[in-house]
Design a protein around this ligand. Structure first.
Ligand code: NA7
Length: 533
């Protein structure tokens, strides 16, 4: 039976963005707030992505909330790059510590939300039949939360199990002695493969595009090591805030141009030894200078050839169709080396696409690959997917799907015209996915909640971006991307991985530091670009 609840704000999602938004709006602003979460627990990405090997590619030191001194000084990370169980435990710890559970409704998906102009409220409908009326709608739906798999015929005939990595069962999957086929070699497939290889009788990886992957150099912190780092949190946090990607990079030469072979090599060796995403910072112009980018791309290919014993397999693993960094760079722990095992094979499906299932396995290019388990590590309808899978309607019933038909349009990535009092956290047009998302999340939540406090204080009933401000920001996001190699990537950043999706670069590529500064100026100037009613 349906009933209507009345709130000040609905937060959609209880991942790191939703949890902090709930805390801030409820405990700082004193609003009546509830978070609605499709999962049965908090953690968002880290709740859903339980596949073996799931791990953060931002360092633990920077991948946590900084807003509460006691919280950050109490929590101890055990590894340089935290794994999914530890991050999920952290999310649960935060939820308990800030008493968030009492205002989160789990197992509840928002099916639609429509703005009612007469009452100036959002009418939110859930799959449980609940209707909620709220003045503010805050979407904390994540950027990579709408999983996608190719629509392949024959799935119902397949005798084995088909899994998507982001819907990995909580109780785990028995892979021991099984024949496993993995489809997809993005960050997820690259993390998953060495873990599966250790357990399966045979692992077959179906690769459409070879990706650049940098060794993580993950390791447990030595005794006292994290405590020593933690003691310097003020400095680390400050450096993270001042950086473009939400974590500091060692100083780098401006360009590979002008450096001789040995100098280039020294820079890249150092970063290769450090591991992780810092490799991309070897030359400051890596994302817009061909010489720098090609030097780095070739360096990675050389390392792959050194690691992988079979030359044909090594060549297949060498990315050759996009500049390094134009697709999200991957961080690996034993991925390339896994192909030295006799029980792991790599198949290129670039020319021989995956076609469908038979009773015994999966077929690509006319060849059947027998399997007990097929894992789709095929990614997400990124950034806009979570929005467009809800039926969102703004003023006068306008559909978000129609407004965004040619690609997402936002002002600062947090709001979109004709959708009053809708605030998006890590929305398209924000820099969140181009680095350490935690830093973006805190900035978004604080900026949005400060803005809501301002609206409340001024007695403003509704706000939405002016069409011209939205246009300017949308053009600016595209223009910044056009100076980089990002549009060449064939990536989820561009919507390339989702059939029928318009091709636009969705994140803001000027850097989190630049973005933060711009948002701060807008707040200081009294929020120009927003129309208040
Ligand atoms: P990604 O990075 O989108 O990777 C998905 C992979 O799946 C990628 O290798 C795709 O190849 C491949 N794919 C997708 N559809 C197919 C079909 N039909 N056939 C063969 N291969 C296919 O998703 P991830 O989950 O790995 O990572 C997402 C983000 O999470 C990551 O960037 C980090 O930020 C964390 P393609 O490259 O499109 O040719």
């Amino acid at each position: 039976m349906s009933h209507t609840s009345r709130l000040d704000a609905v937060v959609v999602g209880a991942g790191f963005a939703g949890m902090y938004a709930l805390h801030r709006l409820r405990d700082r602003l004193g609003l009546h707030v509830r978070a609605l979460e499709a999962g049965r627990g908090v953690g968002g990405t880290w709740y859903w992505n339980r596949y073996p090997g799931a791990r953060c590619d931002s360092e633990s030191l920077y991948y946590s909330y900084s807003f509460d001194e006691d919280l950050q000084s109490d929590w101890t990370w055990s590894e340089r790059y935290a794994g999914q169980p530890e991050i999920l435990a952290y999310a649960e710890h935060v939820a308990e510590r800030f008493d968030l559970y009492r205002d989160i409704t789990f197992g509840t998906r928002v099916e639609s939300a429509a703005f009612d102009g007469d009452s100036g409220t959002w009418q939110v409908c859930t799959d449980g039949g609940e209707r909620i009326e709220a003045r503010y709608l805050v979407t904390a739906v994540g950027c990579l939360s709408a999983p996608q798999s190719p629509d392949l015929p024959g799935a119902q005939d397949f005798a084995g199990r088909i899994l998507h990595t982001s819907r990995w069962p909580e109780e785990g999957v028995d892979l021991d002695g099984k024949r496993v086929v993995i489809v997809g070699t993005g960050s997820t497939g690259i993390q998953l493969t060495p873990e599966v290889a250790q357990r399966a009788a045979h692992t077959t990886v179906l690769q459409r595009t070879a990706n650049f992957a940098i060794p993580s150099r993950n390791r447990p912190y030595a005794e006292g090591e994290f405590e020593a780092l933690r003691a310097e949190y003020p400095r680390h946090r400050k450096e993270a805030l001042a950086s473009a990607g939400g974590f500091p990079l060692p100083a780098a030469p401006e360009s590979a141009e002008g450096l001789d072979e040995q100098q280039r090599r020294t820079e890249m060796d150092q970063r290769w030894r450090d591991g992780g995403l810092v490799f991309l910072g070897a030359f400051a112009d890596a994302l817009f200078n061909r010489t720098s980018n090609e030097a780095m791309s070739e360096y990675v290919r050389e390392r792959i050839r050194e690691t992988v014993q079979d030359p044909a397999t090594a060549e297949l693993l060498c990315p050759d169709d996009h500049p390094i960094g134009s697709k999200r760079i991957c961080v690996e722990s034993g991925y390339h080396a896994a192909f030295n095992r006799d029980d792991v094979s790599l198949v290129s499906v670039r020319e021989n696409p995956v076609e469908g299932f038979t009773r015994a396995g999966i077929v690509a290019g006319g060849t059947e690959y027998p399997a007990d388990v097929v894992v789709m590590a095929t990614g997400f309808d990124a950034m806009t997917g979570p929005y467009l899978r809800m039926d969102l309607r703004g003023r006068g019933g306008v559909r978000l799907a129609d407004r965004w038909e040619q690609g997402p349009r936002t002002y600062l990535g947090v709001a979109t015209a004709e959708f009053p009092n809708l605030f998006m956290l890590t929305g398209p047009g924000s820099p969140s996915v181009l680095g350490n998302v935690m830093v973006s999340i805190e900035q978004h939540v604080e900026w949005v909640s400060d803005y809501i406090a301002h609206l409340e204080a001024e007695g403003v009933r509704t706000t939405e971006p002016e069409a011209s401000a939205e246009q300017e920001w949308t053009d600016h996001v595209a223009e910044v991307a056009s100076f980089t190699f990002y549009p060449e990537g064939g990536s989820w950043y561009m919507g390339d991985n989702t059939p029928g999706k318009p091709r636009t670069f969705m994140p803001y590529a000027a850097g989190m530091d630049v973005y933060r500064q711009r948002c701060a100026e807008i707040a200081e100037q009294g929020y120009p670009g927003f129309a208040h009613a």
